[in-house]
Design a protein around this ligand. Sequence first.
Ligand code: N15
Length: 311
Amino acid sequence: MAKRKPEPEPENPEPQKTLNRGDSAERDTTPENPEESPETRKWSLNDFEIGKPLGRGKFGRVYVAREVKSKYVVALKVLFKKQIEKYNIHHQLRREMEIQTSLRHPNILRLYGWFHDEERIFLILEYAHGGELYGLLRENTCLTEKRAATYILSLAQALVYCHEKDVIHRDIKPENLLLDHEGRLKIADFGWSVQSKNKRHTMCGTLDYLAPELVQNKAHDYAVDNWTLGVLCYEFLFGVPPFEAESQKDTFQRIVKVDLSFPATPQVSAEAKDLITKLLVKDTSKRLSLQKIMEHPWIIKNADPTGICNN
Ligand code: N15
């Protein structure tokens, strides 16, 4: 596209009557679109101006794009039907798209809708102007305790919402976290389909964020997400994940043993270490609940309840 609008205006929060349609099973029937009618024109590629690529992966690519009429900026993900057929993931994709379109939470990246042509499936996704959280966390840089606590609170709130809807095991590793134009954290479920072009993805299939019951292939439940919050909190504050090791095998062993230690530098408060210690617990029934995370003294003291923290 010729001129890319630098960011979606805050006053232009969402093109309600346009981007909620799409060739999706779910039609938006929320009161804000009373005039939405079944014969409304469906989306097609002609409705969008395509801009620069944002990421690429096994199944396709993601581009920044702009809906022509509303000028609304989105991320357009292109999946190739051949690939979807080859891996026989059509049903899984459909199911995930339906779940994703139904999720409405400020810290979960929206899937507005989708459409397709002969060869491709297009997903209309929320554009996160701030890009990847990993842009902030490059090589051993750490976040301030305020920012780390704000993100952990945002994630806990998003997970409460998901768990209430019976959606578990959202893949909340750091490469799935984006920032919007205000600095709010967004979980973007990249799943198996597209990865961004970030270098960290070369170490794909990392065990670092997985709970002991997951790496050991045992039965698991909502508590796996709480473990991951402990891993992320550690990485936000110390710059490296807690069980990092030379080989997969060593990481596996460190996770299973819960071989946890805190470096002397950077200096991190005792309350933060207390929260991490209470999340990285092998016994899932003793792991801190989401509610208790949100009430933890370190969160209360440091987190910005608006979810916006830029220092
Ligand atoms: C399985 C499917 C139904 C789930 C739907 N969800 C996804 O497909 C997840 N997904 C999100 N895949 C790719 C993206 C994605 C969305 C990737 C990048 C962005 C995105 N929105 N905004 C970006 C984005 N903004 C950037 C700004 C600067 C630099 C890079 C950026 N990437």
